[in-house]
Write a protein that binds this ligand. Structure first.
Ligand code: NAP
Length: 301
């Protein structure tokens, strides 16, 4: 039986792993795939101390190299279920059952779907959730970015260097993103804002050709020719594997010590209810979760 199983090998999970090794715990990080969640989809990160500007993929590589050098063991496995058997937690993957004294859920989040007709049909045929991955396919073309948060504006700025024109379609008249990003986007000649507007439908034959837009104030609908639709309307947590208290969206509720409603089960990073989903908070969550797990195992709570 392991001391600690960490489900998820993103920034929160690897940070938790590094701390666990340093506490002398027998720990294993289970990671679903080589693509480590939200961070790997982020083109550029400028608010992680020590790295003035780095791509999400590169920062993740640095985390992995650090964790490996520290002695963190990882295994590729998709976890189906985490069950609370009291002193013995049971982690079921598609191949086996693993037992541990404590578990940290660091499964992260994924892009929220817009939920409009055409979104699924045109996935990878003009609809994308990743400018880093798919932006180059739209070189010299016109795209829309849906959303007004940090992700939408960051990725619109990246796209503006690749495509001929970026339209940011936002449902309100004011952006949610931080001021620095707002100012940068306003300075770009090939970024144009379409305010108070929602995307009602994505249309085309084989590939995206048009979107149907609705002005939420006038209720007027229009069709607009476009080559690509990049969607950044928030994140959805991946928390279906564990039965602990969650908010109405599915983010796991925790204490400041990362404790969930089940003793010995902790949550860290984008999958937990918090006020700030950033890399810097994810790595902090991971460290705190491990210290809490250690104290739980040692009976020091
Ligand atoms: P977000 O901050 O929740 O913003 C989502 C945006 O999408 C909002 O502007 C929202 O509009 C809009 N939206 C939501 N549902 C919509 C719908 N059905 N139709 C149209 N628009 C819709 O999400 P995010 O930008 O993905 O960011 C998620 C978290 O990651 C945030 O905490 C963010 O700060 C963080 N993040 C950090 C970095 C970084 O540290 N470098 C980069 C990117 C993101 P309203 O404003 O009207 O609600």
């Amino acid at each position: 039986m392991y001391d600690l199983i960490i489900v998820g090998g993103g920034p929160a999970g690897l940070s938790a792993g590094i701390y666990a090794v340093r506490y002398g715990m027998d720990v294993l990080v289970l990671e679903k795939s080589i693509v480590q969640g939200q961070i790997s989809l982020t083109s550029v990160i400028e608010n992680y101390p020590g790295f003035a500007s780095i791509s999400g993929g590169e920062l993740m590589q640095q985390f992995k190299a650090h964790a490996t050098a520290a002695g963190v063991k990882t295994k590729a496995a998709e976890v189906k279920k985490v069950e609370d058997g009291g002193d013995r937690k049971i982690i079921s993957t598609f191949d086996e059952e693993i037992e541990a004294r404590a578990v940290i859920i660091a499964t992260g989040a994924e892009p929220r779907r817009l939920g409009v007709p055409g979104e699924s049909k045109f996935l990878a045929r003009g609809v994308s959730y990743c400018a880093t991955c798919d932006g180059p396919f739209f070189a010299g073309q016109e795209v829309i970015v849906v959303g007004g948060g940090d992700s939408a504006i960051t990725e619109a700025l990246i796209l503006s260097g690749i495509v001929s024109k970026v339209y940011i379609v936002h449902r309100r008249e004011e952006l949610r993103s931080c001021n620095l990003l707002k100012e940068r986007a306003a300075e770009k000649e090939n970024i144009e804002f379409i305010w108070d507007t929602t995307v009602e439908e994505i249309l085309g034959e084989e590939l995206v050709e048009k979107v149907r837009l609705k002005n939420v104030k006038t209720k007027e609908t229009t069709e607009m020719s476009i080559d690509g639709v990049f969607i950044y309307v928030g994140i959805t947590p991946r928390t279906g594997i564990v039965d602990v208290d969650k908010d109405k969206v599915g983010f796991i509720k925790t204490s400041d010590l990362m404790e969930t409603s089940a003793r010995g089960i902790y949550a860290a990073g984008d999958c937990r209810e918090t006020v700030l989903w950033q890399v810097v908070t994810a790595v902090s969550d991971g460290a705190v979760a491990t210290v809490s797990a250690y104290k739980y195992i040692m009976g020091l709570e």
